[in-house]
Design a protein around this ligand. Structure first.
Ligand code: BMA
Length: 820
């Protein structure tokens, strides 16, 4: 069997260029300091106390010298065995950020220029039995990029223009939600492998076709051979722990690739969350020489088909994902890197952010093109949870270079990425880039094909996807449409007239696009998250510190312009955060409800954005500290499989039932008109039904028939009941919250311990308690089943609380807010 030496852990680092280093650090930084791999230089500097925390206050400004310096990393290690019998010895870096060279025992063994791919170097000739030293030099990314830009010319680029010259996460050069923290480092694991005869390079399971009784699977196993000896190969497939298929092959002398077709009877299919099981198969590939196991790879794969239904209709052309023959309405958000310093992102972070997505009824995330191709673990987790992935290639908001080396670099990257990710059933589409063509066409008036770098998106990437995958569609860009990249009649759409274009969210109602992959509204993070990085005297929206935390031009201005449109503007910091979060949640709810009612004229709503890479005021639903905003709790409801929507259309009220379940629903609809003080002015109950995977208009009557008279006090509440239990509810307020007459609602609550870990918070009120916000001020973050909800007159709301603290302790730190 092969041997591995793990080179992660402690390394050393120092600067290896002269300029830009702060004087007080020179003495230290010219000497070796302790480093940690996987890591990036900012993290090493931070750990050694050489830079302040870039996330605290405006410290980001103090660390801007770091990306203008060359750095060298080294590690000494011992090989304590004779490796002359091994046929190959490889030093592998799974990720190097971004440009530089690698030396082993003083001799240069290779160079690198792309953080998205892994690099393997043959080192048998240079490695010593005994002591060794590996050294990696990183060139200052900012200067390498600028030199290339000087050589090849400035392109049409949003934000830092030199960024497009490096195959490096584009957000690290600064974004409209992200700091400028342009990293360098060995950001993924590094190891040496000692190999005999051969190794398994890649394993792929491709669903060729599925019928009711069997699935046709094609597998391709790529072997790297170091000698021309025959080797034995064994393929085993397991389903729920049981072996269902086994096959042995002999890989003769020159055979490098084993292609093999086989059948799985009564296949368990992989479905997105909410549509069926997330079935996965396990495969084991082993290679033997003379009976001895020399390499072994385990892979999971799923069996499913995916197709984009693009059919002409009276409004243009549909854009519907179909998985295993079932049309899917996609409900989701955009995923951006979970940290400015990527090696800090752990499995726990992925678990938390992805499990929260499932809990909030998301079935799709879009891995946005200005970040990274995520870690394998991210996609494994999405496979398990049934979260479909819209996967961008890593290009964003720009034209890209076309010189030969760049194109070669991109092509090589695309092949590596597709080969790494193609077994994941969760990935349902490859997409060329984020917004490149849209920006080009809007700013130049020229055609998309005239854009510098266009060949990457209309030739190279589609052909790589076709040759190395072919099991899911390739889409040129997000957004992309036939006659215009941001078309509303076909293809997919980004809606930024609202918010960024200064229009208010009520305008979402006029957007009839076919699939919306971006739209968003900002809010501040949880007050605890801000307090951790902002000094008490700066906790004020007038402070430069707060302005620093909003990276959009006129971001803070928009927060207030859109707040005052709907909510009372107050001066208290925490009260403003609460109202801004509500405003964001209400905006996205309004948009999603409008688009879900159009099911399948509109077939997907993917809001901007799920998460944050640092503590920032942004469009996210969950802040950097993984604390949910109001939008998170709203998403749970507006993305729920059965949704009740009440709309006011001129002077009429309409009730829609959206059903994403595959079975039909017959239910009771209860509708009430109430006043904020608690009187019931109108009540009615009737039966309604909706087909599986469909939408139905259940009621359409004049508002006057529902006895709605004074919009400042009267509002409509409705719920759906099946066998006595409520499956959906919603309400419609006919004026802005700032104009509602909200008297003291007479709110009462009780906290009851259910078991060691869970409690129930029971809330009742005599009048309307609008937008109730529960916050436990002290201690750890406490999981709540709901927050920012309304308590309707005479109703009882029960919230689950997860905590092992005592009732008394919790009550001491419990604060409840509602709108007044
Ligand atoms: C779109 C995205 C991002 C950006 C977001 C918010 O343009 O693709 O580039 O962060 O909107 O402005």
């Amino acid at each position: 069997m092969k041997k591995i030496i793990d080179l992660n852990g402690e390394w050393e680092f120092k600067v290896c260029s002269e300029s830009f280093i702060p004087d007080e650090l020179k003495r230290k930084l010219f000497n070796w300091q302790v480093a940690f791999v996987p890591g990036v230089v900012h993290l090493d500097l931070l750990r050694s106390g050489l830079i302040p925390d870039p996330f605290f206050e405006t410290n980001e400004n103090l660390v801007q010298w770091v990306d203008k310096v060359d750095w060298v990393y080294r590690k000494r290690f011992i090989v304590d065995f004779d490796f002359s019998d091994f046929h190959s010895v490889k030093l592998t870096f799974e990720g190097l950020d971004t440009v530089g060279t690698v030396k082993l025992n003083g001799l240069e063994i290779g160079s690198f220029e792309n953080m998205f791919i892994s690099y393997s170097f043959d080192v048998k000739g240079n490695l010593n039995q005994g002591e060794n030293e590996v050294e990696v030099v990183f060139k200052a990314p900012t200067f390498v990029a600028k030199e290339l830009e000087n050589k090849y010319g400035k392109l049409l680029v949003e934000l830092a223009s030199h960024r497009v010259y490096l195959r490096k996460a584009q957000y690290s050069f600064g974004w409209d939600w992200g700091p400028i923290l342009t990293t360098s480092g060995i950001w993924k694991p590094v190891y040496i492998e000692f190999l005999k005869f051969a190794r398994i390079k890649n394993v792929w399971f491709k669903t060729v076709s599925i019928s009711s009784s069997k699935a046709d699977i094609f597998t391709e196993i790529e072997i790297e051979k170091f000698t021309d000896d025959d080797i034995d190969l064994v393929l085993t497939v397991l389903s729920e722990g049981e072996k269902i298929y086994e096959r042995k092959f002999v890989q003769k002398g020159g055979d490098r690739v084993r292609g093999h077709r086989f059948e799985i009877y009564e296949p368990r299919l992989w479905f997105p969350s909410g549509y069926g099981e997330q079935a996965l198969y396990n495969a084991v590939v082993e290679i033997f020489k003379g009976g001895e196991l020399i390499d072994r790879v385990e892979k999971k794969f799923g069996i499913r088909t995916v197709r984009l239904i693009q059919e002409k209709d009276e409004d243009g052309e549909s854009f519907i994902f179909e998985v295993n023959g079932e049309k899917i309405f996609c409900k989701g958000a955009n995923w951006i890197p979970a940290d400015s310093f990527l090696p800090r992102v752990r499995k726990d972070d992925y678990d938390k952010l992805l499990e929260m997505a499932k809990e909030a009824n998301l079935n799709m995330l879009r891995v946005w093109g200005g970040g990274i191709y995520e870690d394998d673990y991210f996609y494994e987790k999405c496979d398990e949870l049934g979260i479909m992935i819209w996967q961008d290639f890593m290009f964003a908001c720009a034209s890209y270079p076309e010189f030969q080396e760049f194109i070669e670099n991109v092509k090589n990257e695309a092949i590596q990425v597709v080969k790494r990710l193609r077994n994941h059933p969760s990935i349902v589409i490859w997409c060329g880039n984020n917004e490149n063509e849209w920006i080009w066409v809007d700013k130049t008036g020229k055609s998309p094909d005239e854009m510098p770098g266009a060949s990457i998106f209309n030739e190279i990437l589609p052909s790589v996807c076709d040759s190395y995958d072919g099991t899911r569609p390739y889409w040129r860009s997000s957004p992309w449409g036939k006659n215009y990249p941001n078309s509303e009649t076909d293809g997919n759409h980004h809606q930024w007239k609202v918010w960024s274009g200064w229009l208010d969210y009520k305008n979402y109602e006029f957007v009839k696009a076919r699939f919306i992959t971006e739209f968003g509204f900002q809010s501040p993070p949880h007050v605890k998250t801000l307090n951790e990085v902002i000094k008490p005297e700066n906790r004020d929206f007038n402070s430069p510190s707060i302005h620093h935390r909003n990276k959009q031009v006129e971001g803070i201005e928009r927060l207030f312009r859109f707040l005052i449109a709907h909510h009372k503007v107050v001066s208290d910091f925490e009260e403003l955060i609460y109202r801004m979060q509500l405003n964001q949640a209400e905006a996205i709810k309004f948009a999603v409800e409008n688009w879900r009612v159009r099911k399948f004229k509109t077939s997907g709503t993917i809001f901007w954005q799920w998460n944050d890479p640092w503590p920032v005021i942004s469009w996210s639903a969950i802040d950097y500290k993984r604390r949910p905003k109001a939008l998170y709790f709203f998403a749970k409801k507006f993305f729920s499989p059965v949704l009740l929507v009440i709309k006011k259309v001129e002077d009429r009220a309409q009730i829609f039932i959206v059903n994403d379940l595959l079975n039909p629903i017959s239910c009771g609809v209860i509708i009430k008109t109430m006043t904020t003080r608690g009187e019931v002015k109108f009540f009615s109950k009737f039966n309604a039904s909706v087909r599986g995977n469909d939408v139905a208009l259940a009621l359409d009557v004049p508002l006057s028939e529902l006895k709605v008279e004074d919009f400042k006090t009267d509002y409509i509440y409705a719920k759906l009941e099946v066998d006595g239990s409520v499956i959906a509810e919603n309400s419609l307020y006919l004026t802005e919250p700032k104009f509602l007459k909200l008297k003291n609602p007479g709110l009462r609550y009780k906290l009851i311990k259910s078991d060691e870990e869970t409690l129930t918070l029971r809330i009742t009120s005599s009048g309307l308690a609008k937008s109730v916000f529960i916050n436990f001020e002290n201690g750890d973050d406490i999981w709540l089943s709901d927050n920012f909800f309304d308590v309707h007159p005479s109703a009882t709301v029960e919230i689950k609380v997860k905590s092992n603290k005592s009732v008394a302790e919790l009550l001491r730190s419990l604060r409840i807010k509602y709108l007044t």
